[in-house]
Design a protein around this ligand. Sequence first.
Ligand SMILES: *Cc1c(COP(=O)(O)O)cnc(C)c1O
Length: 411
Amino acid sequence: MALACRWKSITLPMADSPDHRDDAGYGAGTLGVRGAEARTPWREHSPAIFATSSFCFTSAEQAAEIFAEREAGYVYSRFSNPTVEAFEKRLAAMEGAEAGIGTASGMSAILTLCMALLSKGDHVVASRTLFGSTISLFDGILSRFGLHFSYVDPCDLDAWRNAVTSRTRMLFVESPSNPLCEIVDIPAVAQIARDADARLVVDNCFLTPVFQQPMALGAHLVMHSATKYLDGQGRCVGGAIVGDAETVAGTLFRFMRTCGPSMSPFNAWTFLKGLETLQVRMEGHEARARQVAEALDGHPQVRHVYYPGLSSHPQHTLAQRQQRGFGGIVSFDLADQATAWRFINRLQLASITANLGDTRTTVTHPASTTHMRIGPEARARAGIGDGLVRLAIGLEDAADLVDDIRAALKA
Ligand SMILES: *Cc1c(COP(=O)(O)O)cnc(C)c1O
């Protein structure tokens, strides 16, 4: 019972402990390893997992104080948990944001953004090249609740300006986009959002804060599928949103408390450990992706390569300006679906799976998988052809990956 008594008297010195360093000024790599480091009185080095659904109060009086928000304290893991909070604070620090909130998945992060920040009649302008489920969420579900969505060519600033109406409250972009790696001019679109009194949300899944910090470029909010590079080994599904404290710790937190698309402490711990290796992994993915893109570029079987690191990429200069790296996703066009499927089936060092951002290289045929549900018209609009293949380059040896790809391309 000594243990129980001891815990009762403890106020955990989590991320806001008095001996906590001032993390301001550190780079994303350092923050990934050390940001929002928190330790309980047990002095553990690796962060603890708080696998608990609720937290105890020392008295009825304290319960009333914490419920009334007169005293700070954890209540219930639907909306507050020290492990989830450690992940939220570390990611927010890496993104240069005031606050963060973890969600059950990347999709529930987008759902949270729309449900918490928009009302019936509001309008969203989005890039037409988005993750397939994002388009399905907008058109198939949220449109039934009185929200309106327009899609524009993400690279055409006039198209963004012209699509904005008096009811536009949110602009939503992925940059680089999935799967074609189109680059959106984030500062310019952020200005269009500000002029319209709307918020710019950036899905920063492909680059992570290691290669791009959309908040520093003017974005209002950044969302992640933590499932991808933040985890980095294909273990857990999760998501996150970072931004200003009023929106994230205020409006989004209240939505989370009531609606509960929450991140589990186990998953938060996995993502927290993922952030520690994020910088070296991203650099490793990119180094290999460049070599793969160069090997594909000019190959007789390959019609077009989509990789922002190639000088032939139409937004190569823009990518250099607003990104610190080009990322690990390489897409390319083969002649048709049969050729694409044959190539995919011949690869030895790529898993045929929908995930990306894994240590293991993954390959997908977007038209028949991730972008199947949006239909042929939307696919044509987004430029996703039947011969398109997307590689998410892992951390195998670059020479082995290139050899494997060359062998699979042999007619
Ligand atoms: C995977 C993904 C999502 C959705 O995230 P989940 O964690 O699968 O729900 C959103 N945006 C992009 C760019 C993605 O790749």
